[in-house]
Design a protein around this ligand. Sequence first.
Ligand code: ASP
Length: 412
Amino acid sequence: MARFWFGIPLWQRVIAALVLGTVTGMLWGPDAASIKWIGDFFIKSVKMLVVPLIFFSLVSGITAIGDLRKLGAVGGRAMVLFVVTGQIAVWLGLALGTLIKPGEGIDMTGIEMGATPPPSTTTPVDMVLSLVPESPVQVMADAQVLPLIVFAMLIGIGILMAGREGEPLIKIFDAGSVVMQKVTMVVMELTPFGVFALMAWVAGTLGQDALIALAKLVGLNYLGCLIIIFVMYSAMIRFLAKLPVRDFFRGIVDAMAVSYSTASSNATLPVTLRCAERNLGVSNSVASFVVSLGATINMNGTAMYLGLATLFGAQIFGVDLSWGDYFVISILSTLGAVGAAGIPGAGLIMMALVFGAVGVPLETIAFVAGVDRIMDMMRTTTNVSGDAAVATTVAVMTGEIDRAEMISADDV
Ligand code: ASP
């Protein structure tokens, strides 16, 4: 039995769990929520890895890059790709919302709204301030990813600057990073069970009425995300990285399935890292650096959705938007996507930031809250695929990829 189970590649077990979980949820209905705890157990187990994994692998990734000039080259290229793809994503959302007008003709009477989440009070200045950890220990205890990344990057840079005297620490961080990868492999074996339970819960508990009223928005969210993944990322892999697109997607199937079912880039981080290194042949240093950074700041699915949802809100409440408003939306959606934590529902909260600036009523948030999860799943898959695409492209640009590894993606 065990031999049969482990004989099936993990990604195939995960996909099977995804399909079976959805069918089970549809047949079982709201009571499927009774097995959600299995999914929560899985998410908790993966989340447990995030802080030590980021800390060890980011520091070891930076020290493995070897010198500060090369670090700048890798980081600079990743940032350019993050910003350019983020802007394309927002404008795609705005274009879809303008052309297809998902919010027109919706009768708002008789539609039950979810609870409005408290509006985000984060200003751009707060965002900048929150980058600096007041206490690194506190940041780790609270699992605040962005300041943790800043701290880990500074430690890595400090070790490089220390030269020979810093070498013992390089060994320690390398060892820690390898150990964390092994722990990840063990925890990953829970994935099929977690994915099954989460899919059953989502499929069983989704409010049907809200879904029908919001079908257009949900459909456009999926369409936008699919365009980003299969057109924008494919083009990036094909023309910038010059690698076979099919092998790329084959290599990240695990990360896509886990991100879809957990709706959390952070919870998927260990899986994304493993896919980038093991299946795509991205060097450990580039993968650790770019993927960890990307999981927090590179959220193209979220950026696209924020643009789209703002137009949706404006349409259902009859708010006229000017071209100037479109620019405000594009800037704030990008900032909102950077500031959104890689956790479920983060994009929903960031809507308040964009809506407030262009006068779209915050009630829109309550209206879409009921179906946010199903859209969040697709946004997160887009975000995570983007991290892998950027890591792969940067690895190719800086000669940090092992092509033989990628081609063997067939036997993952
Ligand atoms: N859940 C998403 C993520 O973790 C963020 C969002 O809500 O859009 O990537």
